[in-house]
Design a protein around this ligand. Structure first.
Ligand code: GRF
Length: 215
């Protein structure tokens, strides 16, 4: 399966995908990475691993529509079959989503629908929840609100700050995202409205539900 990954920053989740492919655990090809700004760490990761990438900056386009049309074209030209948002800091409109129906996923650092939007880990620490986590979900027009494919949970400690919680969450993010991509590539992810099931996966365990198989 050909992947297209959209990034805006550090790219540690992109790195987890690259590593999983290089280790042979994820049988996919990274066809193209689209960055919405120059000078980000995610681009350096592409250069280091010789992964094709393009920088498409919203400011260089007259409208959001033109910007998204250009992204869609770049992804289609690369033969992308699944679009992965990995720290991509923009909401996509129906124009983009219609080009890849049920083929756009996102990773979010909370147990959605809690703490959607920016700074989810800070929101969780400020709210005082005792359990947080991360979610991989299909992308809809609503921010961080699409059908959930898999979640992982983790305790929030009394001494946790946004930084410490984010750091612990990332280790889970880096496992759950490649696993979900792998399940989709195996054709095992089935959607019925908001309900998503991974065929043959083991449900009922923590911290990952469904339980991870290869990561
Ligand atoms: C991650 O916490 C991800 O869940 C969120 O943005 C962050 C991106 O980190 N959507 P990175 O760029 O993958 O390191």
């Amino acid at each position: 399966m050909n992947l297209g990954v959209l990034v805006s920053g550090r790219g540690s989740n992109l790195q987890a995908i690259i590593d999983a492919i290089e280790q042979g655990k994820l049988k996919c090809r990274l066809s193209v990475v689209l960055a919405d700004r120059e000078g980000i760490q995610a681009i350096q990761r592409c250069q280091r691993h010789r992964i094709p990438y393009k920088v498409l900056n919203r400011r260089d386009f007259e409208s959001r529509q033109e910007f998204e049309e250009r992204m869609v074209r770049a992804l289609q030209e690369a033969g992308v079959e699944l679009v992965v948002l990995a720290g991509f800091m923009r909401v996509l409109s129906p124009l983009f989503l219609k080009a890849f129906p049920e083929r756009v996923i996102n990773i979010h650092p909370s147990l959605t629908p809690a703490f959607q939007g920016l700074n989810a880990q800070r929101q969780a620490v400020h709210y005082g929840v005792r359990i947080s986590g991360c979610t991989v979900h299909f992308v809809t027009e609503e921010l961080d609100d699409g059908p959930v494919i898999a979640q992982a949970c983790l305790p929030v400690l009394p001494e946790d700050t946004e930084e410490t919680l984010s750091e612990r969450l990332l280790t889970y993010e880096h496992r759950i995202l490649p696993q979900v991509i792998s399940w989709i590539s195996q054709g095992r992810v089935k959607t019925e409205g908001r309900k998503v099931l991974v065929e043959g996966a083991q449900y009922g365990t923590l911290p990952f539900n469904p339980n991870l198989e290869d990561f």
